[in-house]
Design a protein around this ligand. Structure first.
Ligand code: ADP
Ligand code: MG
Length: 684
């Protein structure tokens, strides 16, 4: 059997079962061996009945002390019950819907080992649905550490374990070792074959952890090397120098407000990049409302004053329109032509704009990803700005870059991520942080309300509206489908419009509406003609309406922490005190914890750290929101120490061999290329 063989070659895997394996992303024997256990079941701990403690999971060995009782429970479930004794005491055994147990326990004189969780519902201990092994039977379910795999409905742990055992026993080719000997020695990493074997069949917990560490190490190292090499490659190209960056001071002077210290610092960092012919690849991270747009505008201004073009790409039409309006206001007084490209435009208008872009007359081009369609031809694009980067894939980012020779690129994001992680995701970018809000902003007051307090909520919102302010009501995505969420939002909208806010103007915004409808609603809200805006998360990104002071979030438990923070960022943009009110069924678990964090802090970076922490081990849900790459083995939070370690290792390796051209790195380099091309990522 070879690594590349289809898993259907394994005994016990027919077409149907293979499909279940496919659901776990397992197609080949190699995939199977890289499907790592998420933990271990310790079946080495053998105890006497007299020593059993409530709640522990152990093995107990003995003989049956009563016959097997079989009956149907009231709900129809089959129940099997018996008792066992080991000379120190008696334990109750119960199985539900497991009639095979009748056969397994057929020999009433034999000795059996039972593995399960001990409970004390009565005076004597009990195990429910324990695993059984007959002594002297030769098989070895007990006395060892048993891997527990991520599984899927219909696929049992036993199916996966059997398949893995067969693969390990029958494999004719070894794994390819990517890590050179000296590197493994230095970092105490075992070889790949041993690692794969031990991670599935460990002799001890240490054994397992060692094996896992080796595998995570390799995965993280490949990621970090890939990202660093991509950076080197992009830095080796030549860009247009923008020499007159001093003119940015004149631009700033005309703004009507003072730039914050952080904004000035970041503009200086960008200006230094623009003056050089090494292409800028810079990420600007700044919390919602920190004023990223003006920072990008400053750079675009400098480029325009030297006659060059700059483009700004936003993830939604609403946001693109808003940027266009703002940039036009900034640039028109300077005679700099600014155009918008959007999906909803009339053909004539669009063609007119396309011509202006191609001729070079338009210096500032704003749009959604419509900008990266084939039809758009730039005359002289030297700077590309991508707003709210976490919404775009890396490949979209590079397509915009392809429009110019080697334009400088600026990427802006309001999704703060801990530094260690941003190095991983954005390692190919230099990072600037705007860590200061414009003066006069009051932190948003955040509270959590229960359903019983809904009446109070409405009267509070009414009192804000009577001061001339506006409010958002955001409903959660009901599921992944836009259609269902749109319906929920529509119903909620009707309820508010015809009920508590019937004397106010209520608007509705959701992803299913046509772009011109969305724009017109958003415009009405921005101009104060709508008091209450009911919306799905389409408003999450970047929308700026300073007069809105209340953000009400329904079903808060359905939102991730970073998403909640983004939503809250829609208010608190003006001088008045703003409020974020979270409704929902917090329960007791992570949802409650999330809401607590929201009430305690307004600091996006703290929230990001907490967000990762609250996800915990094995839970990758939502990493997409951060733009984190999908890892097969490693976990960015629980394996943070390995992540840091491999960062150092990657630097060492590259210092010694910049392009990994020496023979000992050949295999590692191959892994990097494969990895990065599969995810449509940076190297290609
Ligand atoms: P974000 O970082 O979330 O993209 P924006 O660029 O949309 O933030 O800025 C939010 C608001 O703050 C805008 O109305 C902008 O004009 C304003 N603003 C930006 N910088 C300053 C400043 N230094 N002083 C006062 N207001 C500012
Ligand atoms: Mg913004």
């Amino acid at each position: 059997m070879r690594l590349s063989d289809n898993i259907q070659y394994l005994k016990g895997i027919g077409e149907k079962r293979a499909e279940l394996f496919h659901r776990l992303g397992i197609f080949t024997v190699r995939d199977l061996l890289f499907h790592l256990p998420r933990g271990l079941e310790d079946r080495t701990n053998l105890k006497n009945v007299s020593e059993l403690i409530d709640g522990e999971t152990v093995c107990v060995k003995g003989i049956l002390s009563s016959g097997l009782r079989k009956f149907r429970a009231r709900n129809g479930t089959w129940v099997l019950q018996t008792r066992m004794s080991d000379g120190t005491g008696i334990m109750q055994l119960t199985w539900f819907n497991a009639l095979y147990v009748e056969n397994t326990l057929a020999d009433l004189d034999a000795e059996y080992t039972f593995f399960g969780k001990v409970s004390y519902r009565t005076m004597s201990p009990e195990m429910v649905n324990p695993i059984i092994e007959r002594s002297g039977g030769g098989s070895s379910k007990m006395g060892r550490l048993v891997p527990v795999y991520p599984a899927t409905a219909g696929l049992k742990q036993k199916n996966i374990r059997d398949a893995v055992a067969q693969a390990l026993a029958g494999l004719s080719d070894g794994m390819t070792e990517s890590l050179p000997e000296d590197l493994r020695q230095k970092y105490g990493l075992i070889g790949i074959d041993e690692a794969i074997r031990s991670v599935h069949m460990p002799e001890s917990f240490d054994d397992f952890n060692n094996a896992r560490r080796r595998l995570v190490f390799e995965e993280f190292l490949v990621l970090q090397l890939g990202v660093s090499m991509a950076k080197q490659i992009s830095k080796s190209a030549k860009s247009v120098r923008i020499n007159n960056v001093k003119c940015i001071a004149e631009f700033a002077a005309g703004l009507g407000f003072q730039l914050t210290g952080a904004q000035k610092r970041v503009i200086n960092e960008i200006a230094a990049d623009l003056k050089s012919d090494v292409p800028m690849s810079r990420l600007v991270q700044g919390d919602v409302g920190s004023g990223k747009t003006i920072v990008a505008a400053a750079a675009m201004f400098a480029a325009a004053r030297e006659g060059h073009q700059s483009a700004m790409m936003a993830p939604t039409e609403i946001l693109a329109e808003q940027h266009y309006k703002n940039l036009k206001n900034y640039f028109e007084p300077w005679g700099i032509k600014t155009v918008l490209l959007s999906g909803g435009q009339k053909a004539a208008e669009r063609n007119h704009n396309l011509k202006a872009i191609e001729s070079g007359e338009a210096k500032i081009i704003v749009g959604t990803h419509a900008i990266i369609t084939e039809k758009v031809r730039f005359d002289d694009l030297v700077l590309s700005v991508t707003d709210e980067q976490h919404r775009f894939g890396v490949s979209q980012r590079s397509r915009l870059t392809d429009k110019g020779a080697h334009p400088h690129t600026l990427v802006m994001t309001a999704t703060p991520i801990p530094r260690t992680l941003s190095l991983v995701i954005y390692g190919d970018l230099d990072i600037s942080v705007i860590d200061e809000l414009p003066p006069g902003r009051k932190p948003v007051k955040t509270v959590m309300l229960s359903e019983a307090q809904r009446g109070r909520l409405y009267s509070f919102v009414r009192s804000e509206l009577s001061k001339g302010r506006q409010a958002y009501f955001v409903c959660a995505l009901v599921d992944d489908s836009d259609a269902v969420s749109a319906k929920a939002a529509s119903e909620y909208y009707k309820k508010l419009r015809d009920g508590v806010f019937k004397d106010k103007t209520v608007g509705l915004l959701h992803g299913r509406m046509k772009s011109f409808e969305k724009e017109s609603v958003m415009r009405s809200f921005a101009e104060g003609r709508i008091d209450v805006l009911v919306a799905t998360t389409v408003i999450e990104v970047g929308v700026d309406v300073p007069n809105a002071t209340v953000m009400v979030i329904e079903n808060t438990e359905r939102f991730g922490l970073s998403q909640l923070h983004q939503l809250r960022g829609r208010v608190g943009r003006g001088a008045a005190q703003s409020y974020c009110i979270m409704l929902g069924n917090a329960g007791s678990g992570i949802a409650r914890e999330r809401m607590k964090v929201m009430c305690e802090t307004n600091d996006g970076f703290k929230i990001a750290e907490k967000d990762l922490e609250l996800r915990g081990p094995g839970d990758f849900f939502g990493t997409k929101q951060h733009g984190l790459p999908d890892m097969k083995i490693g976990n960015f939070f629980t394996d943070m120490d390995i992540l840091r370690e491999t960062r150092g290792t990657a630097e060492e390796i590259l210092a010694e061999d910049k392009m990994l051209s020496s023979k000992k790195y050949a295999q590692l380099k191959k892994s990097i290329t494969e990895n990065f091309s599969r995810s449509g990522n940076i190297l290609n």
